[in-house]
Design a protein around this ligand. Structure first.
Ligand SMILES: [Zn+2]
Length: 363
């Protein structure tokens, strides 16, 4: 009966729990967070006893050994228990995620109009009119990657790549973004979230951008490590050359000089072994690179999203979305209405708006 109702409520609402006065232990909090992070659910049956739904499996878990006689099917969740060790190991394997709000920014800059005119170069006859300004949270996704370089030795590098999920552009000022006094778990003001591409698109973007850095790091190591391998191969070749010289010396059996054919056979065997050993050494020292996501931080950064109408000789030529970034205190390069590429220079051609290269190809 209890099982049935527990399963039902797990399906209905993963946050369902009874009101319990006891404070949560860190282990209980971890298990709840873990179940939610795995898109599962938890249900508190009684203080310190839970049903966990992870994947397709429901497990009854007791944080208190004294609860075990009453719940004989429950597994004990204490530090060092196989259940918790398994969950901790799995959580450590997966990447970690933290969420913050960037606070302490000036969201009311003076004269946005003139700042826009200074930042964006338009045709002399064109006029920009800011129609609407909305302050919205733009999620900034910071991905930490762990790159592992393995040959006969192993080295690791941690690389950070930040992507603005609203524009899918690289975050240039992440040191400013992460200033510790400016991060809070709670927002300063409740703001709507700007339309954005989502974490998966952001991850793909970050991975593509971090790849050239990883390739450069791999090439540096390949150069350094291969010169060491070359020295080893040289030493090995010298050793086999000595062996070949010794093989050339005729073996005396009493007064008879040995026939030349066994010498050739010995030399061939030495050559074969040398080729094999060098190939083995090269294989062992070939550089392999593995890149894995390690951590993710989402920082909600408030920005001013402006809708700008552009007119030329009193005729409307287009609408532009411009962004004021309070962190860099600058207008970000708007996307060209024609090709979507960021640009600070917009031109007007045949009553439409575009960047220099779009206008060139249109002309
Ligand atoms: Zn363009």
């Amino acid at each position: 009966m209890k099982n049935c109702s527990a399963t039902d409520s797990l399906r209905k609402d993963k946050q369902v729990s009874r009101l319990i006065d006891q404070p949560l232990s860190p282990l209980e909090q971890f298990v709840r967070d873990y179940a939610e992070a795995r898109s599962g659910a938890w249900d508190q049956i009684e203080p310190r006893v839970y049903d966990l739904l992870i994947g397709s499996e429901i497990t009854r878990v007791a944080f208190d050994p004294e609860a075990l006689p009453e719940h004989p099917q429950a597994q004990l969740a204490s530090l060092g228990s196989p259940l918790l060790d398994g969950l901790l190991a799995d959580a450590a394997e997966r990447w970690r995620c933290a969420r913050f709000y960037r606070i302490g920014l000036n969201l009311h800059p003076h004269s946005l109009d003139s700042r826009f005119r200074q930042a964006i170069s338009l045709s002399p006859t064109a006029i920009a009119n800011i129609r609407q300004v909305r302050t919205m949270n733009c999620p900034q996704a910071l991905f930490w990657f762990k790159a592992t370089f393995v040959s006969d030795q192993k080295e690791e590098e941690i690389l950070l790549m930040g992507i603005d999920l609203h524009s899918l552009r690289e975050v240039r000022h992440w040191d400013l973004l992460l200033a510790s006094s400016g991060l809070s778990e709670l927002p300063e003001a409740l703001l709507p979230e700007a339309r954005h591409a989502g974490i998966i698109a952001g991850y793909r973007c970050a991975r593509d951008r971090v790849a050239p850095t990883v390739a450069a790091l791999a090439n540096t190591r390949r150069r350094e490590w291969s010169s060491r391998v070359a020295t080893q191969i040289q030493r090995m070749s010298a050793y086999y050359s000595r062996l070949r010289e010794e093989a050339n010396e005729p073996v005396r059996n009493g007064d008879d000089v040995a026939a030349p054919s066994p010498i050739a056979a010995r030399r061939e065997a030495i050559d074969r072994e040398e080729r094999l050993r060098i190939a083995e050494l090269r294989q062992k020292s070939a550089l392999r690179v593995q890149v894995k996501p390690a951590n993710l931080m989402i920082v909600q950064l408030p920005k001013l999203l402006m809708s700008v109408a552009i007119t030329d000789k009193n005729r409307p030529v287009g609408q532009l979305e411009a962004v004021w970034n309070p962190l860099s205190e600058a207008i970000e390069a708007p996307a060209c209405p024609a090709c979507g590429q960021p640009t600070f220079t917009l031109q007007i051609y045949r009553n439409s708006l575009g960047c220099a290269s779009c206008m060139e190809s249109a002309g």
